[in-house]
Structure formats: structure tokens, C-alpha cells
Design a protein around this ligand. Structure first.
Ligand code: NDP
Ligand code: MG
Length: 377
């Protein structure tokens, strides 16, 4: 068997370290070709010593960089286009991942995509790059991995709707008024998943679910009125697909990203892996579902409306969210200010054009500026 070369962009993060664990169990199938990180040179160096990839990239140029490393923001793209790379696992956080995704697709590679912001910001650019270069996006996000597995290749005309599950986050049961007083520590206490800080906050506001609805729209070519969201606090059912004959197929598993990461690498094949946590239906019980409290979590509605509006609106939604979350993580605004910041940016900038890369970059920058100005940062 020829081993497939894998580049991990964002190897020091939650998904990146999960991917390294998974890859270490499959040395017969995969070969690590490249690793990149943003600023965590110490962990990157440790990973590079352990796995000895031919390419190591660090975005932040600093004294701690190892010898022979590629330095600066372009290292992501350089890792993605290497000839010895077949699969680019894009696990960086934020819209900065877009160039690497596009470049890999244009060279016919598979992009195992955790970096959902890329697809939200530039879904049509990603689709065009796939068409031009023959590459493919395979989702790492657990909900979209579930949908892909439930679809098992059936055509879109057979799908009545997709139902994405949401844990509901740490504030699922909080009264709306109490959310004004939610602290950063409260927001970072996710009930079922252990993830990076930005997506953990996104899960608390439900902006993450809005990003995922837009992601599903682009990945599976479904209109927004055929993508629903339901709260499922146990995070065992990762999503469901309802077919036109009324059959509903779901994918289940314990809340761990190991399986979605593995499946994004091997799709459509399934391979044995003793490290994937075993599933016990009795231990997982009970499984419950409830409606989303749309009034308490306005970021979900704002994001889905932005998706429907198209143009630059999804990019504005994403960038305003990224900026507001960064300010929240710095402790400078309250939890409910995040959705307010997104809403203001969409009102002011949502109608900007979004047809080209330049237009999207302009919308992204304008949205970040708008949020910073609003909060005096
Ligand atoms: P983390 O914050 O844990 O890790 C982010 C990674 O990206 C780190 O390696 C970090 O490097 C790197 N990075 C951060 N900023 C930049 C930048 N500006 N340029 C280049 N690299 C950068 O995030 P997660 O692993 O949790 O999430 C990664 C992506 O996967 C996100 O898009 C998230 O939405 C998505 N995702 C995550 C899930 C999860 O379970 N964690 C589930 C589904 C999707 P450094 O460590 O050096 O700062
Ligand atoms: Mg998800």
C-alpha cells in the first residue's frame, strides 16, 4: 500500500494533537509530511522531534524557531502545496486558513477540513478551487462527518433535510437575563467537548452552530430551509439525515474527535483502529432532544440569515464573530456583547459584495474594524 502524505496545519491545537495521535496508530497508511503552528514553538519542536516530518512551519517568526523551519504566515500555503502531501488536515482557527485550503484544492489534494471558518467566508471560492483543481473537501467537524456517513453517497434529491445536533453549550438552561452576567470562565466550561478556546466560546453563543449550518450548505449543496438544528445535550448523536421516504439515519459515538479525524483521512473506506473509544448504548443513555432557544442565542439566527443573504454577509458574520470573541477572550466585553457586535457589523456591512477574494478580504477587514470601533479597542 502506498502511504498517503499528510500535512497538519495547526498541529499544536486541539484537533492537531488529536490528529497526531490518530496518525501515530496508522504508520502503514499515512506518512507525516508537514506540521505548522502559530506561536507555540516549544510544542511544535517536540512534535517535530517525535515525528520527523520533512517540513515544519511557524507563523510567528521568533527566536525559538527550530533550524530549517519555514517562518511566517505563508508557511501554511507552502505546507499545503508540497508534492509529498496528499491530504491537508486544515486545523487552524479562523479565516487565515483560506489560502491554504484553496491552494491545496487547486492542486487536486484532499482537504480534511476542521477549519470551518474557511468555508463560511469563501464557500463559493472553495467550490471553484475544487472544480478547477480536482481536489475535494472532506469534513472533520463531527456533525458534517456524521452527515457524510449517513448520506453514504445517496444523491441530494433523496434528502428531505439534514438535522445538525448541538450540545446547547454551558448556557443551555440559563435564563436569558442571566446570560448578561456570564463570565469567561462560565463560557469556557463546555459540558461535553474539550476544544480550543475560540470554538468553545462559539459553542456557548451558538455562533458555532450557525457556522456549521453554512458549512453544511456548501458541503452538501442543500438550501438553508433543508438544514435544521436540534439540541441534544449528550453529544452522542452527531447528526441525522431524513430521506424523502421518511427514513432517518443518524451517526452515533462518544464525544471524541478521533473518529471524525480518522474518517476524514480514510473516507470512503473504514479502517480498524483500536484507539477509537468504544460505544456502549446503555452507558450513553438516555439520549434526549429539545428545540433551540433562538431568543436566548441570537448568534445562531444572525448567522443563518447571513448565510441566506449570501454575498459578503457570511464573511462579515464570521469576521465580526472572530473579532468579538477575541475581545471577549481578552476580558474586555461581556458575553452578550458578542452577538450584539455581530449584529451591528451585519447591519452596517452585510450588503457588501462578496464575489471575489479581494471583496471578501475587504468585508472581513471592515467587519473586524467595525467590531473594534464599537467596543473602543
Ligand atoms: P486550537 O485553538 O486548539 O488550535 C488552533 C491551532 O491553529 C493551533 O495549532 C494554533 O497554533 C494554530 N493557529 C492559531 N492561530 C493561527 C494563525 N493565525 N495562523 C496559523 N495558525 C494558527 O483550535 P481547535 O483545534 O479547537 O480548532 C481548530 C479548528 O477546528 C477551528 O476552526 C475549529 O472551529 C475547528 N473544530 C474544532 C473542533 C474541536 O473539537 N476542537 C471540532 C470541530 C471543528 P498555536 O498553538 O501555535 O497558537
Ligand atoms: Mg461541530
Amino acid at each position: 500500500m502506498t502511504r498517503r502524505g499528510v500535512a497538519i496545519l495547526g498541529s499544536t491545537g486541539s484537533i492537531g494533537t488529536t490528529a497526531l495521535r490518530v496518525l501515530a496508530r496508522h504508520p502503514d497508511r499515512f506518512r507525516l509530511a508537514a506540521l505548522t503552528a502559530h506561536g507555540n514553538a516549544a510544542l511544535l519542536a517536540e512534535q517535530a522531534v517525535a515525528a520527523r516530518p520533512p517540513f515544519v512551519g511557524l507563523v510567528q517568526d521568533g527566536r525559538d524557531a527550530g533550524e530549517g523551519w519555514c517562518l511566517g504566515p505563508d508557511c501554511l500555503r507552502q505546507a499545503a502545496v508540497r508534492d509529498d502531501v496528499d491530504i491537508v488536515l486544515n486545523a487552524v482557527v479562523g479565516s487565515v486558513g483560506l489560502d491554504a485550503t484553496l491552494a491545496a484544492l487547486e492542486r487536486g489534494k484532499r482537504v480534511a477540513l476542521a477549519n470551518k471558518e474557511t468555508l463560511v467566508m469563501g464557500g463559493h471560492l472553495v467550490a471553484a478551487a475544487e472544480r478547477r483543481g480536482g481536489g475535494e473537501v472532506v469534513p472533520v467537524d463531527s456533525e458534517h462527518s456524521a452527515v457524510l456517513q449517513c448520506l453514504s453517497g445517496r444523491p441530494g434529491v433523496e434528502v428531505r433535510r439534514v438535522i445538525l445536533t448541538a450540545s446547547g453549550g454551558p448556557f443551555r438552561e440559563w435564563p436569558r437575563e442571566r446570560l448578561e452576567r456570564a463570565t469567561l470562565a462560565d463560557a469556557l466550561r463546555h459540558p461535553t467537548w474539550s476544544m480550543g478556546r475560540k470554538i468553545t466560546v462559539d459553542s456557548a453563543t451558538l455562533a458555532n452552530k450557525a457556522l456549521e449550518v453554512i458549512e453544511a450548505h456548501y458541503l452538501f449543496g442543500l438550501p438553508y430551509d433543508r438544514i435544521d438544528v436540534v439540541v441534544h445535550p449528550q453529544s452522542i448523536v452527531h447528526s441525522l439525515v431524513e430521506f424523502v421516504d421518511g427514513s432517518v439515519i443518524a451517526q452515533l459515538g462518544v464525544p471524541s474527535m478521533e473518529l471524525p479525524v480518522l474518517y476524514a483521512l480514510t473516507h470512503p473506506d473504514r479502517v480498524p483502529d483500536a484507539g477509537i473509544p468504544a460505544f456502549d448504548p446503555v452507558a450513553a443513555s438516555p439520549l434526549t432532544f429539545e428545540p433551540v432557544r433562538m431568543d436566548a442565542f441570537p448568534a445562531l439566527r444572525l448567522g443563518v440569515e447571513a448565510g441566506r443573504a449570501g454575498g459578503a454577509a457570511p464573511a462579515v458574520f464570521n469576521a465580526a464573530n472572530e473579532q468579538a470573541v477575541a475581545i471577549f477572550l481578552d476580558g474586555r466585553i461581556g458575553f452578550t456583547d458578542i452577538a450584539a457586535g455581530i449584529s451591528g457589523a451585519l447591519d452596517a456591512l452585510g450588503a457588501m459584495p462578496g464575489d471575489t477574494r479581494e471583496a471578501l478580504d475587504a468585508a472581513d477587514a471592515a467587519a473586524r474594524r467595525h467590531v473594534r470601533d464599537r467596543f473602543g479597542c
